[in-house]
Structure formats: C-alpha cells, structure tokens
Design a protein around this ligand. Structure first.
Ligand SMILES: [Fe+2]
Length: 463
C-alpha cells in the first residue's frame, strides 16, 4: 500500500497507513496527540515502519527512558518481516541514533531523502540530526531536496526556510517562511523560521508584533514548539530592554508546561540566564528548574543540551550534582570518536568549566575558558540564536573581569550586525563611560532611547 505522500509501505493495511499519515501531519504541525499514534503502534503486528517511527519519537525526547523505550520498539520492528529498502534505511538510521551515532543517522537520512524526497519525516528527522550537530549545511541540503519534490507543501517550505536561515541566507529564508505562512497560517515551524530571520536582523519590534499575531495558533502545539516560540518572543523583549515583560513571559508561557522535558528545560534555562545577564533578579526560579535536572548528569545526548543543564545546576548552587556532571562530561569527551572531538573535547569541556566559573563569580577564569571554547561552538548543536547564549556569558565575563577593550570590540561588532538593538547600545554606553569616553557614551544612550521609543510608540505604551 501507499501512504498519503505516495510512498510504498511494506506490510501495511489501511490502519497502518492512516496511523503513519496521522503521525506525519502531527509531527510537522508540532501537535501533541502522539498517544493516538502510539496506541496504533501497540496493536500493529506487521508493518515495521510503525514501531520504527515510535522509536524515533521517543528518542527525540532526549531522555534515558526514551532511549530504553526506543530500543524495545526497534526489537519489535525487526521482528516484523518483509521490510523494503526504505524501511531498512529507517531501521539503520534509528539503530545508529540508539547507539549514539548521530552523524551516521544524519548520513542515512540524507540518502533517504535523496532517494525518497516525498518522505517528509525522513527529512524532519534528518534535519533534527543536522541541528543536533550544528550542521547548517546539511540542514539546508535536506530542505532543498524536500522542496524540489514538495513545492506545494507549506511545512516543507518552513523547513527549507530554517535551513537557509542557519546558513545566514536570511532574505531568502524570510521569503520562504512568509510564503509558507501565506499558504497556511497555522505553521508554527514557519513562524519559528521567520522569528529567527527577524532576530538575525535585529527587527525586534516587528518580531514581537509578528509572534503575537500568530501565537493563538500554538495553543494545541506540543510543549517544545509552544515554549520555544514564546521563548523567541522573550528574546525580542530582552533586546528591547522590556525585562519585566520577558520575565512575565517566562512564568506564563516558557516554564511550566512540561518541566521534565529537555526542550522545555533548555528554553527556561537560557531565558533565565539571559535575564540575569541583563541584571534581572530571577528569585527562586533557578532552584525550581534545577530540581528537574537531577537525572541529567550523565545524559550526554547533545553537548548543547548538557551545557545548559550544567549552567542551571551551577546557578542553583547544586555543587555535588555540578561536580558529578563535570566529571561525567570529561569522561564523555575522553571517549569521543574523532569526528566528535571538537564538540565534546574542544568546546564542551572548557565551556562547562567556564560556565561553572561564571556561575560562581570567577569571571576572569570564565572569560578565559569560554574564550577557549568559542571557536569550536558550532558543532555542539542548537541554532545560531540559541548558541548566542554562550557568547553572551563570555561577554559578561569579559566586562566583569575588566577586559573592557575586548568587550567593546565584541559589542561594536554586534552593533554593526544589528544596529537596531537598544540593549547593545546601552551595554556599549556603559562600557564607554567606564573607559572615559563620555561623548560616545551619550550618543549610544541617546540612540538606545530612540530605539526603545519606537517600541513604545508601536505598542501604545507610555514611557
Ligand atoms: Fe529557535
């Protein structure tokens, strides 16, 4: 039989096809009705693709339980005979993921998409592996292959747009994201791609207005997409110096949906960190977030995730958990395969020690270690906007340890790239004052004020 995309599915009856079509739509729209698919998997006896997809779903949870459950689904999948070539490639890619070899999974997914470009989930999972390895080019290549065979599909256009954005092709990314949204207003991943474009260009006021205008469509999204799109709105607010509004968004939308889930956790952690860097007192929130991280000390699914868990443990003062996680991370780096060494050994280990140093107020040490890690940041995974957290913590360390010249250079480069960000202007003004450059400080302050006023004018808020 063939699925809704016209792909042959081995050993499938109408129920199996319906379950697969349902899963594809639900995954691409970032829904949360996956229990329906899982119920179909539980009663399935012949179609191997169902348990394979279930394994991918639970593996995408980034948890030890997900890994154990994924292994069980794969045993079931392999016991179902007669898998075709596409099913075999899926099995191989999923086995590689189970074994912790994301690079191999990515390579297989790229081949899958090249051969079956109508297999949208092969593309979705391939892009997830690319994302977890910071491989922007692969993210884009997969998007290109999918788009060529699915021109009329808005989800695919959003997936392509995100690949373009991560490759810094912002204008093209924006055009494709807007086209996707024009085709279908409810496409949270296309909203997300557009948010990245506006963020990259420093179009903050527009970013707030856009996300608020489509936020109603995320109500039935899963916790990752829901909390992550609101997280993007909070980033715009922070750059606009609307810190109280960003903190309120943390409490209302970003933290509290599914506190056990890795994606919710890192959205919360990086938002709290960014708020603190701007001088916000976040109260007991670190303790709350860290209380959900006790199981994560030996996770090591993606370095980008580990580093954020670790920073939260450090900020919450969980010293013994922090020490255990640092040691575990060093062991992970020791056993890294050659192609993983840059991410784990060159970046994650010095960055982890640097983050711990920043959290305890040892800023000179933090600046030194984070500076060492920075050139190797991309392969740890995550998006450009997410990885910017580490640069922001390093910048804070430089400023607090008195490396003012280095800090000015970084902020000036930020200002050149995104000249419309009030918080960058304010940070520059503070530094100029420290350096005795009063006139430049006044200019930067004035510009920050003007930019902030634009937001107030658009929102109709009194200054
Ligand atoms: Fe994002």
């Amino acid at each position: 039989m063939r699925d809704g995309q016209g792909l042959e599915v081995a050993n499938a009856d109408a129920n199996a096809i319906a379950a697969l079509d349902f899963l594809c739509e639900e995954w691409l729209v970032f829904g949360k009705r996956f229990d329906r698919f899982m119920a179909a998997v539980d009663t399935e006896e012949t179609c191997a693709l169902l348990p394979v997809m279930a394994a991918n779903l639970v593996l995408s949870m980034n948890s030890q339980e997900g890994r154990a459950l994924g292994a069980r689904y794969m045993v079931r999948a392999k016991a179902m005979p007669g898998a075709g070539a596409r099913e075999k490639a899926w099995i191989e890619a999923t086995d590689a993921w189970l074994a912790g070899d994301g690079a191999r999974s990515l390579a297989i997914h790229e081949k899958l998409v090249a051969e079956w470009p109508r297999d949208l989930l092969a593309g979705k999972l391939g892009q997830l592996h690319a994302f977890n390895q910071g491989d922007a080019e692969a993210l884009l290549r997969i998007g290109e292959l999918l788009l060529a065979a699915n021109e009329d599909n808005h989800y695919v256009r959003g997936m392509y747009a995100f690949g373009l954005e991560e490759c810094n092709r912002i204008d093209e990314a924006e055009a494709h994201a807007r086209k996707a949204i024009e085709m279908q207003r409810k496409d949270p991943w296309a909203h997300h791609a557009l948010a990245h474009c506006l963020e990259a260009r420093g179009r903050l006021v527009e970013g707030v207005a856009f996300l608020e205008s489509v936020g109603d469509t995320w109500e039935d999204c899963n916790s990752f997409m829901y909390t992550h799109n609101w997280w993007h709105l909070a980033l715009f607010l922070i750059d606009l110096d609307r810190l109280d509004e960003a903190l309120a968004l943390f409490d209302k939308r970003v933290w509290g949906v599914w506190k056990e889930f890795s994606e919710d956790q890192i959205n919360a952690i990086s938002l709290l960190a960014r708020l603190e860097l701007r001088g916000v007192d976040v109260g007991e929130r670190w303790a709350d977030v860290a209380s959900y991280l006790g199981q994560r000390l030996h996770d090591h699914f993606v370095p980008f995730l580990d580093l954020q868990y670790l920073y939260a443990l450090a900020r919450a003062g969980r010293q013994s958990a922090l020490t255990e996680m640092l040691a575990s991370l060093e062991d992970r780096a020791e056993s890294a395969k050659p192609f993983e060494r840059e991410a784990w050994a060159d970046c994650a280990v010095p960055a982890a020690h640097g983050l711990a140093a920043h959290a305890r107020g040892d800023h000179a040490e933090a600046a030194r270690l984070l500076g060492q890690a920075m050139p190797h940041l991309q392969p740890i995974g995550g998006s450009i906007a997410q990885r910017a957290l580490f640069g922001a913590i390093r910048l804070d360390s430089l400023i607090k340890s008195g490396w003012n010249d280095a800090a000015v250079k970084i902020l000036q480069a930020d200002e050149r790239e995104r000249p419309s960000v009030p918080s960058t202007k304010r940070a520059l003004a503070d530094l100029y004052r420290k350096l005795g450059r009063a006139e430049q400080a006044m200019t930067a302050d004035y510009q920050a004020e003007q930019l902030a006023r634009k937001y107030l004018a658009v929102r109709g808020v009194a200054a």
